[in-house]
Design a protein around this ligand. Sequence first.
Ligand SMILES: Nc1ncnc2c1ncn2[C@@H]1O[C@H](COP(=O)(O)OP(=O)(O)O)[C@@H](O)[C@H]1O
Ligand SMILES: [Mg+2]
Length: 293
Amino acid sequence: MVDPDWENFDPDEIMKSSKEYDWMNEPRFKRMFEEIEDKIQGVLGAGRYEWVDRRVFDAVFDRSTLLSLHKLMQSGEIETIDYPIARGKEAHVFHATTNHGPVAVKIFHTTNAVFKSLAKYIDGDPRFGGLKRRHRELVKIWVRKEYRNMRRMRKHGIRVPKPYALLNNVLIMDLVGNENEPAPRLRDVSVDDPMKVFEELLEIMAVCWQNCDLAHSDFSEYNILWHDNQPWIIDVGQAVVSAHPSSNEFLVRDVTRLVDWINKKGYNVNLADSMIRVLEDPVPEYPALPSGD
Ligand SMILES: Nc1ncnc2c1ncn2[C@@H]1O[C@H](COP(=O)(O)OP(=O)(O)O)[C@@H](O)[C@H]1O
Ligand SMILES: [Mg+2]
């Protein structure tokens, strides 16, 4: 499975040999990289997590991201980045250490594959000079949106990780799980009492809609972590307020997914009933969690 080239990945060599990293030879970037190099060993392929390889590095650590991390390390928000927890299409999530313990650092790609393949048709065409920058701006807005949604949900007592800081495409939040063991996704555990979990998740969705005025919009067993016998909601960047023209459609999709989830476990829950409960049933006001808006 491991490509021999990646197995022998030597970060220094890659940096020196790849044109893409030419900028690293400029004195100011060189200095910056030297300052953080040993703090990101966990993603450079040295140390405990040898499966971390060049692909991760290439996908995530472009110049602007390294600059952001450098800043976050200098201001003391992060001490070290240790190893990747998950890699996705839009973002990678890393285990990192701070002076107040472990955190999760979500780094959004500033250039995704789709964008890269389009870029060749756009770069060099004077009409579209600013597109790369606009893409980066869009990612920044997305990250701020996730941060704000998290605070808003916490204000209404919904268990989402506490966000600590954000800078450009980097979002720092509480690690859900234990020190060295990020919590599994609901998808990867078998819960004792699925019906109880269903009821709880449906209530969370109702609280989210009625009290926070938000539809999560990607509510699924992949975006719920299971920790200390409780669900934690994550990945809230795409959550929209009810005024969004598609909010109802997103909400219906979320409820449908949850109903499908429980019915796949052999239950027979009615979608319309569940929908009405989310929309209309009185919901409790959960006590706020720290660091809500
Ligand atoms: N705060 C966190 N604590 C522990 N693990 C996390 C945390 N945030 C994300 N993860 C892990 O990273 C994965 C991807 O994060 P997510 O926010 O869902 O990003 P994506 O947009 O790539 O799906 C999750 O499925 C989960 O396993
Ligand atoms: Mg996700």
